[in-house]
Design a protein around this ligand. Sequence first.
Ligand code: COA
Ligand code: AMP
Length: 620
Amino acid sequence: MSEAYQAAWRESIEDREGFWTRAAEAIDWIMPPEKAYDERRGWFPGGTLNTAYNCIDRHVAAGRGDQVALAYDSPVTDTVRRFSYSQLHEEVCRVAAMLARLDVGKGDRVIVYMPMIPETVFAMLACARLGAIHSVVFGGFAPLELAKRIDDAAPKVLLTASCGIEGARTIAYKPMVDEALKLAAHKVGDMVVMQRDRLPAALAPGEHDWMELRAATASDPIPPCAEMASDDPLYILYTSGTTGMPKGVVRENGGHAVALAWSMANIYGIGAGDPFWAASDVGWVVGHSYIVYGPLIAGATSVLFEGKPVGTPDPGTFWRVIDRHGVKSFFTAPTAIRAVRKEDPEAKFLKEIGTGDCRVIFLAGERADPDTIAWLEQHSGLPVIDHWWQTELGWPGVATCFALGDLRRKRGSAGFPVPGYEFAILGEDGQPVPQGQSGAVAIREPLAPGAFRTLWNNPAGFAKNFATFPGWYETGDAGHFDDEGFLNIMGRTDDIINVAGHRLSTGQMEQIVAATDGVAECAVIGADDAIKGMIPVAFVVARAGVNDAAALHAAVIAAVRRELGAVAALKTAYIVPGLPKTRSGKILRNLLRKIVNGEDWTIPPTIEDPAVPAAIAAAI
Ligand code: COA
Ligand code: AMP
């Protein structure tokens, strides 16, 4: 038991003001906040700051300009480039000048649809410098999804690159952006394209070449760091909700900066000058918090990795990057470790390359299965810490606070409530269930600094998260506390699934499948997968007269890929004679899940047609 952790957690709840006022000292404020929390005004009211200043300028001013801020490691292009804090400052100022030339200022939105290249980080930080609100859209999303985000965020400018490099494949981004712009009702003012040697894009008149615009604005004045109120938005990040419309999580400047500074020091154990690597993508929240903002606020060195855990070029790539950059804490998703293990079951690469100066490995994005943790701990000799979080929170809600001297872990559990978060497991009646029993994982209001306080254009959607259990935020996850206080997160209570650490809505896929020509009805569920944790699987009933099952299968798969994107990873659609339903017409998804996972199943008494499950089992 770590007394430091216990004391920190207790203080964060019982003396919220004292705890977070002290934590806020890690940030350089323009105007210090009047207090830590105000029910109406939120976190750090009255405070003003600039997040990019806290990430860059202040470190340069403190004399650490020569220290490496960003280490770009790209096995797919055979490139390693290091940017010192001074160089990062220069690059970010240049992009800020480019955006200012395009009339981007405080409060304007900028969509960033870019791969894992340094310019993406420059762009995010340049927006933060100007006080513009960036919205990064993950490259694996299809044009229609990008269009939805364009329409919701109504950006002035869209930043993109000519292509992304996905393992051995080069994916042209520009045609996807062009299509998205056609689909969107909102008219984006300007588009800037970072041309990559691998696959340059043809630009239409009026579209800007990144490097040309950079050169053209080279002697423009450098825009100053905008003074932002604590609750001014820093970014919008869209995530899957339970409808086809993504939820635009709004991240505020003040609470976010304080929370990330606290987490770098107390969870990950990273301070100024320490190399840190989160092997995620800047399109996800982990990438925002722990590739870009967290490590830079801490004055650390952040690794930006453009590659995959395997195949770029081999399953040794993680260990090589850790070793090359002297990474002290490493963060990845369980699915990535499972992929490595599949290709290198004896951990030969790991043994040969080692893990350099690394002291600890963190996993998140989905439940880390005990077997994967055991394998990684055995072969790396390092503590492996599973921790839990969500886009809505922006930083971990459940973890073992490694840097508070806590090393307690239990395989299958995500750890303990992080300071700032008070959890309860609630039953359907909204009351806490007895310890050990499963229920809805809920967090007491107010959520810790950094967590969302609204959804972009959708305050009603935000309020819904607090409607089921008044006074509590409903995480959408189910779990239980064990007798030692470990919190076990077991799965979702809604239709969201985690596919290779990517959050997707089966409901949204169902809408797309249902609208495909030839489909009478359908269900999409998450089936277990040895590498990705879960994969979506569709069950499709063909319309009368539609007899070509292979063509229907192909049409369904193509529709989801076209409308949602490759990241959906829907590869299997079973054409079945009917769906198992209750007499009231509810699809028995749990039964479908059991059938497809090869688990034992029985016919529920509420079923409408008892012959259907056996027919499905025979059809798959
Ligand atoms: N741009 C364009 N396409 C992308 C993309 C991007 N940024 N990211 C993924 N895709 C595509 C992939 O190429 C793939 O396409 P395909 O169906 O044509 O092969 C599809 O989306 C699914 O991608 P993915 O789920 O990543 O599967 P994969 O088989 O390519 O790789 C893993 C499997 C496990 C190696 C990979 O998913 C991985 O590294 N996961 C870790 C995830 C992670 O870090 N999550 C962050 C949460 S903390
Ligand atoms: P995202 O918003 O994409 O970060 O996804 C958040 C969801 O991922 C959570 O609500 C959980 O369902 C799941 N998740 C993330 N980390 C973990 C974890 N360590 N254990 C179990 N589930 C997790």
